[in-house]
Design a protein around this ligand. Structure first.
Ligand SMILES: Cc1cc2nc3c(=O)[nH]c(=O)nc-3n(C[C@H](O)[C@H](O)[C@H](O)COP(=O)(O)OP(=O)(O)OC[C@H]3O[C@@H](n4cnc5c(N)ncnc54)[C@H](O)[C@@H]3O)c2cc1C
Length: 419
């Protein structure tokens, strides 16, 4: 059985960072990646441009059952240190309103820089080798010994320190299929239920089919059993299965959790956030006075896109072909009300296949926040999306991956050779 000082399971964002940090700490490092190449997901990030961190940081950017601890961890290797770290390996930052990308705006350049650095430091990388399990070591007397046996589909390794960086369950096509949760089950860790996050939501079919293809600048509020959970504002995409766009992504993790708890989830869309209802009613009346013979459908033209308008008109109990001057004041008020607040039942979220990250995971109570080492299994470290932290859109999930990878790599290197 081949022995290594530090074995990294999964060469995604956090795993590559961990491998580099451990190798810089002077260790012999082996990284095992089940896909044909490391960092496949990185290539897809930021629409191929890789939004690797953000100049704006605050605790609310990181969601967790233990947000204070998540923030404490982030602060120990923050965005400034991350930018400096990437600069050193050749990646200059390019900012778009504080969202940071490699200055080339190509995710591949950041991935290649990580690969070159692993190579320069002599990190051994095995591609297409899938880890099946991690076992504690016993000596011939039956007592536990330091280190772990890592079992793969090709063989076994004896590792002094093991860093588990297998990702969560989001976007399994990129290799993250929840394997790490299974390896670590044996340690009876406290797990926060895992749900898809940063994803679109499914609404009633009849509504979605009518509006598909339109976009609105709006504000969303998410409620569970009538209680407000979260809100956001920006460009909303109306799609054939429901509703999407960054504001919807930002609140989706709350929808997924609430649906998992069998609560009734409603999304309220304010499609005219800069107007109040009285102003909208006055504007609709002015349009009718200007041209009473136009149709109800024409009335909203120039304010909102056509297909979405037809949904609002139907939801107000009107026919799109009704003559504007024949619409009652009550119906007009209902229409202005729907423009401000279109409530829709959320029937589901788009699932792990389409999600960008995983909410929930291994509780932060289970780790040493300075090294990411499991308190119940010394010598095993956990990074990235496996942990109970999900960032909002904007580079925060990768920041979490870099920070935890860096801490775990250093933590593991600090323990190599100790009794
Ligand atoms: C389409 C898309 C776009 C995104 N865009 C952004 C963005 O712009 N900014 C941002 O901050 N975040 C973004 N994210 C989220 C971000 O990419 C992830 O949160 C981050 O990559 C998680 O890092 P990780 O190291 O935990 O896991 P991953 O990067 O998922 O890496 C896990 C690795 O482990 C390997 N692995 C799994 N199981 C095994 C096993 N048994 N044996 C060996 N190897 C294994 C996998 O193949 C994979 O390579 C995006 C995600 C997606 C899907």
């Amino acid at each position: 059985m081949r022995s290594v000082e530090v074995l990294v399971v999964g060469a995604g964002a956090s795993g590559m960072m961990a491998a580099i940090a451990a190798a810089r700490g002077g260790c012999r490092v082996l990284a095992l990646e089940k896909k044909e190449r490391p960092g496949k997901k990185l290539l897809a990030t930021g629409n191929g441009r890789c939004n690797y961190t953000n100049e704006h940081q605050e605790p609310a950017c990181y969601r967790s059952q233990n947000p204070e601890r998540a923030w404490e961890i982030i602060r120990s290797f923050d965005e400034d240190r991350t930018v400096a770290w990437f600069r050193e390996i050749g990646i200059l930052p390019g900012s778009r309103q504080g969202y940071l990308y490699p200055a080339s705006f190509q995710a591949a350049s950041l991935l290649h820089a990580l690969e070159r650095e692993m190579d320069r430091l002599g990190v051994a990388l095995h591609r297409e080798e899938s880890v099946q399990g991690i076992e504690r070591r016993r000596n011939f007397k039956g007592t536990w010994e330091k280190g772990y046996v890592v079992v793969t589909d090709r063989g076994k390794y004896l590792a002094e320190q093991v860093i588990v960086s297998t990702g969560g369950m989001a976007s399994p096509a990129h290799g993250s299929t929840g394997d790490g949760y299974r390896f670590l089950e044996q340690f009876s860790l406290d797990m926060v239920p895992a749900y898809p996050a940063l994803c679109s939501m499914v609404t009633e079919k009849s509504m979605a089919e009518r509006w598909a293809g339109n976009r609105v600048q709006g504000k969303v509020s998410l409620l569970a059993d009538g209680k407000l959970l979260a809100g956001d504002q920006g460009e909303i995409q109306l799609v054939s299965r429901g509703i999407s766009g960054i504001p919807v992504f930002q609140v989706s993790r709350y929808a997924a959790c609430a649906l998992g708890e069998k609560r009734r989830v409603t999304l309220c869309l304010d499609s005219m956030p800069d107007w109040d209802q009285g102003q909208l009613l006055a504007e609709l009346n002015r349009r009718i006075r200007w041209n009473g013979s136009q149709s109800a459908g024409d009335l909203l033209e120039g304010m909102l896109p056509d297909r979405f308008s037809s949904v609002l008109i139907r939801q107000s109990g009107l026919s799109p072909s009704a003559r504007a001057e024949e619409i009652s004041e009550d119906a007009l008020e209902r229409l202005a009300g729907k423009m401000k607040n279109l409530a829709m039942d959320i029937l589901g979220v788009s699932g792990f296949e389409k999600a960008q990250t995983t909410a929930g995971g291994i509780s932060l109570e289970e780790i040493n926040p300075r090294t990411m080492e499991l308190l119940k299994a010394p010598g095993i470290y956990v990074t990235g999306e496996l942990l109970d932290v999900d960032g909002i859109c904007g580079g925060y999930n990768l920041q979490w991956a870099w920070t935890t990878g860096y801490l775990a790599g250093n933590g593991a290197a600090g323990q190599v050779g100790k009794k």
